[in-house]
Write a protein that binds this ligand. Structure first.
Ligand SMILES: [Zn+2]
Length: 446
């Protein structure tokens, strides 16, 4: 069965906080900072793996061997990489103990939740952003227009009585239709706890038509003309801005507004019209494939502005995989695949900061590991390039103020030891033998 779940329905499922969750107990006893030696490891230098002995004191790598070593770790000849990042997932919230364990197990230490509900992200805060757990940023409620995405996520939650009205507008999202709305709503946006600000553009080239068409409920977003002002206000408040996009015009409008991060590649949703037709599903909308095609100018601008672009392509790529041959009846799927590749290639050649996010909420089904593997199957990126995107660029994009993603003196002493060379065999990223965070060896709870 192809992964055909509408991302919206999967999101609704993921937001249903399981009833009483046990408190996460890491078996890692709190340790005092100490002088560590890491020997017998092959370290990723961004290109290949190099045999080295490294040292850390007080949770950061140091240049010189400390006068006394309190603990010497034999890495067993393993392949050492910085811990992985997940730049787009909504599955960290209260009661998400299983997801936390999965992240640790897979070596994904850094996660961004780009739309969250303050009410259901309270107890989770004691379990993350600490020495023995993963580090998470929460966006709080996102900014959209009336009837805009993610209202389609909220409404089923209201209908099922899982959320109350207050969890919708003013909670999970803020609906803003014009400058007066922005003025009126800004104090409430400011008052909500958040680490960055999420905004939504959906087919913004059709903003006027869609706002008048109820059939597009959930498939529209902000007036692109408002986004520059939102970005300015957010930056003044100290928040980076991430923008959800669907079309190439959205990508362009996000760049024009000066956002820091673009979430998704154009046409990322599994149910894009052409894929729907191939699979015999009634398309959500009829669109020309051309509306998802980026240009060289787009890529150049994203590079010039140092805009981060989060992939979230795994679900689409896995949906297309069975159609990856030249039979004429698969021609539409082939066109989608070619477009995805062309867009990625444009961004790659322009040296745009591409980072990995999966937007896949069911961690038992798939995670950012599958995003990495799906991208690797494209044979578009060099193996070391893709690995760099995941373990260097993604953590740094999520936490730009921190010294992550490397093994230089002063960098956080965090690492994974893999049992296999991930440059020779991408599946090697699944074989995590040891996890160290800021000089602390992590033990997985059983
Ligand atoms: Zn999302």
């Amino acid at each position: 069965m192809h992964n055909l779940l509408s991302s919206t329905l999967a999101w609704v499922a993921a937001l249903q906080v399981p009833a009483p969750a046990p408190v996460l107990r890491s078996s890692a006893a709190p340790q005092l900072a100490q002088a560590l030696e890491f020997r017998n490891g092959r370290w990723f230098d961004g290109h290949g793996f190099v045999e080295r002995t490294l040292f850390a004191v007080d949770g950061v790598f140091v240049r010189e061997r400390p006068a006394s070593i309190e603990r010497s770790l034999d890495l067993g000849g393993g392949y050492v990489v910085p811990p992985f990042g997940e730049a787009h997932n909504h599955n960290v919230h209260d009661g998400a103990d299983g997801a936390l364990q999965k992240y640790l197990q897979q070596g994904v230490f850094y996660v961004a939740n780009p739309n969250s509900l303050a009410r259901t992200t309270t107890t989770i805060r004691a379990q993350v952003n600490r020495g023995d757990g993963i580090d998470v940023l929460f966006a709080g409620g996102g900014l959209t227009a009336s009837g805009g995405h993610p209202v389609d996520v909220v409404e089923p939650m209201l209908q099922r009585g899982i959320w109350s009205a207050a969890d919708g507008e003013g909670g999970f999202y803020f609906a803003i239709d014009d400058a007066a709305d922005l003025d009126a709503t800004w104090p409430a946006i400011r008052a909500q706890p958040r680490d960055f600000l999420k905004t939504y553009l959906l087919y913004s080239e059709e903003y006027e038509r869609r706002r008048a068409d109820e059939a597009t409920r959930g498939w529209r977003g902000l007036d692109p003309a408002l986004l520059p002002e939102i970005v300015q206000r957010a930056h003044a408040a100290g928040w980076r801005v991430a923008t959800h996009i669907e079309s190439a015009a959205d990508f362009r409008n996000a760049l024009a507004a000066g956002v820091d991060e673009i979430n998704h590649m154009p046409g990322f949703r599994p149910l894009v019209p052409l894929v729907d037709r191939v699979l015999g599903v009634q398309p959500v909308h009829e669109f020309e494939l051309a509306s998802y095609a980026l240009t060289e100018a787009d890529a150049r601008r994203a590079a010039e502005q140092d805009t981060v672009v989060v992939t979230t392509l795994g679900a689409l790529l896995r949906t297309l995989e069975p159609f990856d041959d030249t039979r004429p009846e698969f021609a539409d799927a082939q066109r989608v695949l070619r477009l995805v590749r062309a867009n990625l290639e444009l961004l790659r050649r322009a040296h745009v900061r591409l980072v990995l996010g999966s937007d896949e909420y069911d961690y038992q089904e798939s995670t950012v590991v599958d995003e990495f593997l799906a991208l690797s199957h494209l044979d578009l990126f060099e193996p070391e390039e893709l690995l760099r995107m995941w373990c260097v660029d993604t953590p740094r994009a999520i936490f730009p103020q921190r010294r992550l993603g490397g093994f230089e003196p002063g960098d956080e002493a965090s690492l994974l030891v893999l049992g296999a060379d991930p440059l020779a065999e991408p599946e090697g990223v699944r074989d995590v033998r040891l996890r160290v965070k800021q000089g602390r060896v992590l033990e997985l709870a059983r």
